[in-house]
Design a protein around this ligand. Structure first.
Ligand SMILES: Nc1ncnc2c1ncn2[C@@H]1O[C@H](COP(=O)(O)OP(=O)(O)OP(=O)(O)O)[C@@H](O)[C@H]1O
Length: 374
């Protein structure tokens, strides 16, 4: 990865980056390098009033460029080699990908110890803000919008898994990483944890990065990352989208229940209406709700080999084949959930207790050192 190495030494040029993204280096890249001065002026000196949110990497600010266009600027919190690597990974990946359901790169700035990434501003902010945050009481997400967000974000992840070269695992699919444009179309964002998958690799053992509640058990426990980890996280996201519940529900001061452990028994008893977000006030397509819940649970199974691919997920969500949807309903998972071991040992050992519960963690961000493969 030429750019990655060169960039960390602070001498990457646009040319390095674009050649890396296209392999040819002929056309102009659709992004550019910004000066720190320009970004200071666009964000009113990173004024607190311009702040859109804060993540593990740093804060995100709203800004306006001289031509009137609106941008979101992610500013690295503290400079360190590790943070610089995350910055370089995100910029490199963003420069490679272009899809209607992925948040595009407008550019970056690396001056002195400042590291900033510039994106298009998404006026409807993140899915998290609508489900559990500042917009959650406004009920702006009707069922149609939710279906579009489900299909759109699935298509964005499918692009990463299948069309991007080399293939990319996102590793942090979650509601705060799905941002919404002015038409509430979903864009998958935040590639700071993403991983490029070399040709022919079936899985990579790596540092575990991601967010508790969305982590596939085999990845959390063994560091085995492949596309099916994103499928698991996407299943959790779908359940969250349909039900309005958080991925982990607090049951007591030390115990939490995962959304899939709550939803699976209800789906087995075909009590789909109990799974719908009460904020929908019953205004949803029963058939689509059922489809979303079934697909979500199939994705969020503990056994990675039983999860569908993102291509199958997109097909199922679109509901184009009635036959496939009815096959889904007859899946063994919905016949006898305990017999197929959705709460299998891997997760139980993580739970430090009953198989229904996951013990509480202080940090939502989960990162631990694991055995690395070259
Ligand atoms: N392009 C954008 N347009 C509008 N708002 C954005 C944009 N990008 C990010 N945001 C907002 O900034 C917030 C912080 O984003 P960021 O990706 O840094 O952190 P996060 O995903 O919330 O957490 P973490 O980085 O720890 O996973 C998001 O929740 C979102 O509301």
């Amino acid at each position: 990865m030429a750019f990655f190495k060169v960039f960390c030494c602070g001498i990457a040029s646009d040319r390095d980056l674009y050649q890396c993204s296209s392999g040819r280096g002929k056309k102009q890249p659709p992004w550019r390098v910004f000066s720190l001065k320009e970004l200071h002026s666009a964000t009113n000196n990173f004024n607190y009033d311009n702040k859109l949110g804060e993540g593990g990497f740093g804060s995100v600010y709203w800004g306006q460029l001289w031509d009137g266009s609106q941008i979101a600027v992610k500013r690295l919190k503290v400079w360190s080699n590790k943070a610089d690597m995350e910055f370089a990974v995100e910029v490199e990946i963003l420069a490679r990908v272009r899809h209607k359901n992925l948040l595009s790169l407008r550019g970056y700035c690396a001056e002195g110890q400042e590291r900033l990434i510039v994106y298009d501003y998404m006026p409807n902010l993140s899915l998290l803000s609508h489900l559990h945050g500042q917009h959650s009481t406004e009920s702006l997400l009707d069922w149609n919008r939710r279906m579009n967000i489900a299909i759109g974000s699935a298509e964005g992840i499918l692009y990463l898994h299948v069309q991007a070269t080399p293939h990319i695992i996102h590793r942090d699919v979650k509601a705060s990483n799905v941002v919404l444009d002015s038409d509430f179309q979903a864009r998958v964002a935040d590639f700071g944890f993403a991983k490029l998958i070399p040709d022919g690799a079936t899985h990579v053992t790596t540092r575990v990065k991601g967010t508790l509640g969305y982590l596939a058990p085999e990845y959390a426990m063994l560091g085995k990352a492949n596309e099916s980890c994103d499928v698991y996280s996407f299943g959790i996201l779908l359940l969250e989208l349909a039900s309005g519940k958080k991925p982990l529900e607090k049951l007591s001061s030390s115990m939490k229940r995962s959304i899939n452990d709550w939803a699976l028994p209800l789906a087995c008893e075909k009590k789909f209406s109990e799974l719908a977000d009460p904020r929908l006030n019953g205004n949803y397509s029963e058939e689509e709700l059922k489809r979303v819940v079934l697909v979500a649970l199939i994705c969020a199974q503990n056994q990675p080999e039983k999860r569908p691919t993102m291509l199958e997920v997109v097909d199922l969500l679109k509901g184009e084949s009635k036959e496939k949807v009815s096959q889904l309903e007859n899946n063994e998972l919905f016949k006898n959930p305990l017999a197929v071991g959705n709460n299998d040992e891997i997760f139980v050992s993580a739970a430090e207790g009953s198989s229904d519960f996951i013990s509480e963690e202080k940090d939502s961000k989960h990162e631990m050192e694991e055995n690395k493969e070259p």
